[in-house]
Design a protein around this ligand. Structure first.
Ligand code: SF4
Length: 365
């Protein structure tokens, strides 16, 4: 399969967009749940080809954006310790906590290292037995298997100096929270194809039925996105609320059985606080008793954390699809990727960063 020829083919994409235009007889509000899809829409300009009747709103599928302020402040407290090597994906280093970020802790001498895989943090722990090595294990269902694999490896190696600060969040409970909120505007969803490649699609039919919304599992190439939108609009116009899979080359209904088996061993469902949104019941994964010894929240004394959220940032409303980034009074000035006031301006998957980077709606300021 040649991705460039098939899924990035401008003529094929335009043909699907034309079908969307012919199909949509009235305005529809559709949420792409995943920040990767938000960026793909804007990077390719597909959002600007769509008819005005289709309004895309951006979902909370950006792990950096929704990691709670309390957990970021805990990360900062751990990273400050002289006996710790703190490891994280690069995006997290610039996310503002209540008073600091990981970059400024590193500038003050903290040993904070960017890793590209959770397994790198296990290697660092093996190489530095005199230090406590902590990995900031954020993410959705997509990244959870790699985090879990690192824990299994650390356990197999008998590492006593390794732990994870865990903030795994899950998509279906967030969809419940969005659809059940009083100001909800979302009428249809593009579900995240990579999440479904792990988890499958079986969690979605009850959501579609309960809230009467179509849910289309969608990939990340322009043709994937256009096709997912078309299927969603066709359902909306027909009054249907079904789960469809527009990413069959990757996603199976049953998901990835090997990954699911590993996840079931390492994680258990817990309530999770989403930054800007609040606590969503059973919306995250914490460690099972077998792995509780690797939980950084158990290993370090973190009881004195007092959080203080920015008074300007409206990230919570953006992450629920209630507002767009340009409606934030701080968008562009003073909040920018160089001076982020909130996580959605930092992350490579953040909606504010996407609007800023691709120049959407700056002119509306
Ligand atoms: S523009 Fe900045 S301050 Fe406004 S919502 Fe986005 S991240 Fe928060």
């Amino acid at each position: 399969m040649n991705i460039n020829q098939e899924f990035r083919n401008a003529r094929l994409v335009q043909a699907v967009v034309d079908k969307i235009r012919q199909t949509a007889t009235r305005p529809w509000v559709i949420m792409e749940i995943c920040g990767g899809q938000t960026h793909a829409f804007m990077q390719t300009g597909l959002d600007q080809l769509l008819p005005a009747s289709i309004e895309l709103v951006h979902g909370p599928g950006c792990p950096v954006c929704v990691t709670s302020l309390e957990l970021i402040d805990k990360a900062l407290a751990i990273a400050m310790r002289p006996d710790v090597i703190f490891t994280s994906f690069g995006d997290m280093l610039r996310v503002p906590g209540s008073r600091d970020d990981l970059f400024s802790i590193r500038a003050r001498g903290g040993d904070i290292r960017v890793v590209y895989s959770p397994l790198d943090s296990v290697r660092i722990a093996r190489e530095n037995p005199e230090k406590q090595v902590v990995f900031f294990a954020i993410g959705f269902e997509t990244t959870a298997p790699a985090n879990a694999a690192a824990l299994l490896q650390a356990k197999a190696l008998g590492l006593k100096n390794y732990s994870q600060l865990v903030s795994i969040v899950r998509v279906p409970p967030a969809m419940h929270a969005i659809l059940g909120s009083p100001g909800n505007r979302v009428q249809g969803f593009l579900a995240a194809g990579h999440v479904c490649s792990v988890m499958g699609t079986r969690e979605y039919p009850p959501i579609a039925a309960r809230y009467h919304v179509p849910i289309v599992v969608t990939g990340f190439e322009p043709l994937d996105l256009a096709q997912g939108l078309l299927m969603c609009v066709q359902q909306l116009e027909a009054g249907l609320a079904e789960v469809q899979n527009a990413y069959t080359r990757v996603v199976q209904e049953e998901g990835n059985p090997a990954a699911l088996k590993m996840l079931a061993r390492v994680y258990r469902e817990v309530d999770r606080n989403w930054r800007g949104i609040g606590t969503i019941p059973l919306s995250g994964w914490g460690l099972t008793p077998e792995f509780a010894g690797f939980d950084a929240e158990n290993r370090f004394d973190l009881k004195e954390i007092q959080t203080r959220e920015s008074e300007i940032c409206i990230a919570g409303q953006i992450l629920r699809g209630l507002k767009k980034p340009h409606q934030c009074p701080a968008f562009g000035n003073p909040c920018s990727p160089e001076n982020p006031l909130g996580a959605p301006m930092v992350s490579s998957e953040g909606a504010c960063a996407a609007h800023y980077r691709y120049g959407r709606e700056i002119e509306k300021k």
